[in-house]
Design a protein around this ligand. Structure first.
Ligand SMILES: NC(=O)c1ccc[n+]([C@@H]2O[C@H](COP(=O)([O-])OP(=O)(O)OC[C@H]3O[C@@H](n4cnc5c(N)ncnc54)[C@H](OP(=O)(O)O)[C@@H]3O)[C@@H](O)[C@H]2O)c1
Length: 277
């Protein structure tokens, strides 16, 4: 079925999805926001335009804090009787979805499990990505079809597990970059300029991620003192970070997590070093 999609929320996700859908030939009948951030995106503002009433899918991409009220307002709009309402939040489970279902609209989640930052790159970013979906059968079927058009795969978020699903997404998408920033800071504390620190650490950071891509398990892709059971170096690293409380805490907590990944066999001394405060 060829959908007519109306995107409500013209931020990074909304603009990216609108562009990506258009790029694969899906008809996007409108992109609605509160500000015309980019003339190229043809964003409507103010009251919802008539094109919303012509859409077969309304894709809501406002922030989680605004989602409930936007969906509630949507439930009182004149939409196509069979229009499906999907929202892009990976964590929210808005009560207003029930209201939309009562009005006859299949409703569910369409959450790109991929960071959408630059709308001009969204089509490429979404190709091969995964999209978390939930909701009633019709909403999930239509979400799967839209995802397939984008070249993305879908995973069904188990009922009641959205908070865990989203926590996993945040762990993976946010924290690797935080580690890079911390590494840069520690090198700066060692007297290297920020630019040198970035240039030197970036290939290391990228290679560490790339090694996981080729490995059967995360454990087999890891190197470093914890993996080698080298407690002397772990102690020296912790000592070197004594003036940077955040970096030291992150090092210690992630090393403990790393022990959970690779197992403690042959690493008892490392465990002891980490347990000493
Ligand atoms: N970006 C991502 O990587 C990504 C990936 C997957 C899922 N998502 C999900 O997508 C949703 C939006 O995230 P985002 O990153 O795109 O946030 P964002 O960049 O802040 O965009 C949200 C947009 O919604 C607009 N908006 C708020 N209330 C509105 C209303 N009543 N009517 C029309 N537009 C309204 C905001 O306008 P103002 O700027 O005027 O407030 C803003 O442009 C979230 O649920 C997020 O979890 C995002």
């Amino acid at each position: 079925m060829s959908e007519r999609v109306f995107v409500l929320g013209a931020g990074r996700a909304g603009r990216g999805l609108a562009r990506a859908l258009r790029a694969v030939g899906v008809e996007v009948v409108g992109l609605h926001g509160r500000q015309r951030v980019d003339a190229a995106d043809d964003i409507s503002i103010g009251t919802l335009p008539p094109s919303a009433g012509a859409a077969s899918v309304i894709l809501v991409t406002v922030r989680d804090a605004q989602l409930e009220s936007v969906l509630r307002d949507l439930a009182s709009e004149r939409l196509q009787a069979s229009a499906v309402v999907l929202h892009a939040s990976g964590s929210a489970d808005p009560a207003a979805m029930a209201l939309l279902r009562q009005r006859g609209h299949p409703a569910g989640t369409f959450h790109p499990l991929i960071p959408l930052v630059d709308p001009t790159r969204a089509a490429a970013t979404l190709r091969g990505a995964w999209i978390g979906i939930d909701g009633d059968a019709e909403a999930r079927m239509r979400a799967r079809a839209l995802a397939a058009q984008l070249g993305a795969k879908t995973l069904e978020i188990p009922a009641g597990q959205k908070p865990r699903y989203h926590a996993a997404a945040v762990l993976v998408s946010n924290f690797p970059a935080v580690l890079l920033a911390l590494g840069e800071r520690v090198l700066a504390e060692a007297g290297l300029g920020p630019e040198t620190a970035r240039h030197a650490l970036l290939p290391l950071w990228l290679a560490a991620v790339d090694n996981v891509r080729g490995a059967t398990t995360v454990a087999t892709a890891l190197t470093g003192p914890v993996v080698r059971g080298d407690a002397v170096t772990v102690r020296a690293n912790l000592d070197a970070l004594r003036d940077d409380e955040t970096a030291r805490t992150v090092y210690r907590v992630l090393s403990l997590a790393l022990l959970e990944v690779v197992g403690e066999d042959g690493r008892v001394d490392v465990r002891r070093a980490l347990d000493q405060r």
